[in-house]
Design a protein around this ligand. Structure first.
Ligand code: ADP
Ligand code: MG
Length: 702
């Protein structure tokens, strides 16, 4: 059976019931050119055909399915034209049927005193119910068909042009009359279908469109989901393997003075087990001859920075330079200061680069980078720019770069002429395992799943405006105890001014309770000059200010262990992961910390779920899972740009088990046969190649 003659390859216009004008609509509205395309649009739900309404219950405008007997049929002569009317009866009553067009043809095709199944929309005219142009099918025939009617996604234009569900179903029925088992190559390896007892592709397609019952539907869905995720995983893992093979890495074989001296003399605390484990993994990577591409996940406060620093020290020990990229100027500054402080006396030169570093200073910095005088460069995205050249970059770390995609990584790779630097991507945005397997599927993942000892879990509380005075009192007490407080206002991009007003207003109100004579309040927002921001930030870091009023600019990374209270105003307007990030700014010291979520009394369902989740758990991974459920995976940071989640049937949240199974099998197969050369893999390989060619998004994974 050659593909060429397969009904699957037939152009859609040649299918019975389609024709040229409908085919044009299928092409433009649904991207359907061939039969194969149409059967690959799966129903998103089913109408249950086994449920019938009773005539006595139906009302104006109802779309109903009735089962009963056609008891009469007659032509009625009207003023201008004749119509056909019928009387339909079930156990509960009678209803009139009317046809204004095609009366003759319909009269011939219907038989009085037969049992029918009828679909239609009820119309009431002068108090009388009738169903105009009902669809009728002999009950005996209808019963042979599937009980589930597929419902497909449609478009306004298709609906307007009368290509409704019934038409779609009819066309698909025609198509399936032509299709046989042999038209569907098995594209999954036989060992997989056998072990998992998956139904054949033919059955799967048939059953997904026209299941007789729930069992058939779920068999079909299972197989199709597995197939989809299996090929996705094959692709991701293949990219990963190719990368591992091709990209030679710098080999850092030694741990030397910098590392050891820091470890023995500078490190003020014992590393957690998780930190040690991750440093080990990174060391192994950097010694392995293959370029490291590692994602380091660790909840806020888990101590990623020191891991990054120690990795950089290994790099220095081997004679190479390192850089650390942060998403904001404030965070970059903070890293610069704390890392400079940490390595003081070790003879390490640390440089800083951001957009605000200009003129002579910038020029000199560039020179020092090129001649290797600077060992560690810390900064913002400015580091990625072309004029920034290193003598020899050995490691690039990016902190909290949720949007640090492949393109940016590639820019770092190009910093060296021959061998690319090792890459460490750090994030506190917990990427649910499911997503890590898709979006970041080509990165190796390390997790810091342990907080430094002695941390008390942050207490999170939901409050409304009525509690304001109590909160003021509480704030005063915390400040009296020597602690510091953040107050955060939301920031929406489309109306920065409005947010600024909120913040301004909040600040002024605050002054009523915390007069300048007794208290100092720092203010930071996105509209300030970098130098002013920094000054305000420093006032807080140095404990000159007790309260920091800010927009979300303090969201990531900022570390003030003495801050014990985070108040989030209008918390209902924040996303879950953002709330979690903000909360992570406190709870960094040994004191009990608090996060107070202020909202209006009336909240949307989703806002309420977010607040509830925050109060219930401190676990970033749990929060990320809830976030994904509430928002849908398409919205999650990073996934949109990666665009690989336009799955047709599988859902990466609810189908995680299938995804894991698919990954497991894909991994197994690729381990013994990385390029799928085995004869048994011919169809699998062919299908994978086809998917690669067709799905432009798949290319972006690599
Ligand atoms: P994050 O993972 O959010 O970037 P940081 O690296 O900023 O966390 O660390 C948070 C705080 O915890 C810092 O003040 C850091 O010095 C401290 N810290 C890190 N590791 C440990 C440890 N093993 N024991 C005690 N404190 C630690
Ligand atoms: Mg950090």
């Amino acid at each position: 059976m050659t593909d060429f003659h397969s009904p699957l390859k037939q152009k859609i216009e040649f299918v019975k019931g389609v024709g040229e004008s409908r085919a044009e609509l299928f092409r433009s509205e649904l991207g359907v050119h061939h039969v194969e395309d149409l059967i690959n649009i799966f129903p998103f739900r089913y109408d249950d055909r086994s449920v019938f309404s009773l005539i006595k219950d139906v009302r104006n405008g109802d779309s109903v399915q009735l089962k009963g007997t056609l008891i009469s049929l007659e032509k009625v002569r009207g003023k201008s034209r004749s119509r056909l009317t019928g009387m339909f009866k079930d156990a509960s009553g009678f209803i009139e049927l009317t046809w204004f067009q095609g009366a003759k043809w319909i009269a011939d095709s219907l038989k009085v005193n037969q049992e029918y199944v009828l679909f239609g929309k009820v119309n009431v005219y002068r108090g009388k119910r009738s169903i105009p142009h009902p669809e009728m099918e002999l009950a005996a025939k209808a019963e042979q068909k599937s009980a589930f009617l597929p419902v497909y996604g449609s478009t306004e234009i298709l609906n307007r042009k009368n290509i409704g569900m019934r038409t779609r179903r009819n066309i698909l029925e025609h198509i399936f009359k032509l299709l046989r088992e042999e038209h569907f190559h098995e594209i999954l390896p036989v060992q997989v279908t056998k072990v998992l007892k998956l139904c054949s592709r033919y059955q799967a397609y048939r059953w997904i469109h026209f299941p007789q019952n729930e069992t058939e539907r779920s068999h079909a869905a299972n197989r199709l989901k597995f197939e989809e995720l299996f090929f996705l995983q094959l692709r991701i893992l293949q990219v990963k393997k190719i990368r591992e093979k091709k990209l030679k890495g710098l080999v850092f074989s030694t741990v030397g003075t910098y590392f050891n001296k820091f470890y023995q003399e500078k490190l003020t605390f014992e590393l957690t087990g998780a930190q040690k484990k991750v440093i080990k993994e990174i060391r192994a990577d950097m010694g392995s001859k293959i370029q490291m591409n590692r994602l380091l996940q660790g909840d806020v406060g888990s101590g990623k920075t020191v891991v990054a620093l120690m990795s950089m020290l290994i790099t220095l020990d081997n004679g190479y330079q390192a850089c650390l990229l942060a998403p904001t100027e404030i965070l970059a500054q903070q890293h610069f200061k704390s890392i400079s402080e940490s390595v003081k006396g070790l003879g390490i030169h640390v440089g800083f680069l951001s957009g605000s570093v200009k003129g002579r200073v910038r020029k000199e910095l560039f020179k020092f980078l090129r001649d290797g005088h600077i060992h560690i460069l810390i900064g913002t995205h400015a580091i990625l720019e072309d004029p920034v050249q290193f003598k020899m970059l050995g490691l690039a770390v990016t902190d909290e770069q949720h949007r640090f995609g492949v393109a940016q990584r590639a820019k770092l790779w190009m910093k060296n002429e021959d061998v690319p630097p090792h890459i460490l991507v750090m994030t506190a945005t917990p990427i649910p395992r499911t997503l890590a397997m898709t979006t970041y599927g080509d990165l190796d993942v390390s997790v810091i799943d342990e907080l430094p000892p002695g941390r008390k879990p942050i207490q999170t509380i939901h409050r409304t405006e009525g509690d304001r005075m109590r909160i003021i009192k509480f704030m005063k007490k915390e400040i009296a105890d020597g602690h510091q407080i953040y107050i955060v206002y939301p920031l929406i991009e489309e109306s920065e001014t409005l947010d600024l007003e909120n913040l301004q207003q909040g600040y002024e109100e605050l002054l009523n309770y915390f007069p300048i004579s007794d208290y100092k309040i720092a203010v930071v927002h996105g509209r300030m000059k970098a130098s002013d921001k920094d000054m305000e930030m420093q006032r807080f870091v140095n404990r000159k200010a007790q309260i920091m009023v800010a927009t979300t600019v303090i969201e990531v990374g900022v570390d003030v262990p003495n801050a014990s209270v985070m108040i989030i105003e209008n918390a209902g307007r924040f996303g879950l992961s953002q709330l979690h990030q903000l909360r992570g700014r406190v709870g960094r010291g040994a004191e009990q910390s608090f996060c107070i979520l202020m909202t209006k009394t009336s909240l949307t369902h989703y806002a309420r779920e977010r607040i509830k989740t925050m109060c219930r758990t401190n676990n970033g991974f749990e929060i990320a899972e809830v976030d994904m459920k509430l928002r849908g995976p398409g919205d999650l940071e990073g996934t949109q740009q990666s665009g690989i989640l336009d799955l047709k049937i599988a859902n990466i949240v609810s189908d995680i088990k299938i995804m894991q199974t698919a990954r497991h099998f894909a991994m197994d197969i690729l381990t013994s046969d990385p390029t799928l050369e085995a004869p048994a893999m011919i169809q699998t390989k062919r299908h994978l190649d086809k998917m690669k060619a067709k799905n432009k998004n798949w290319g972006r994974i690599s």
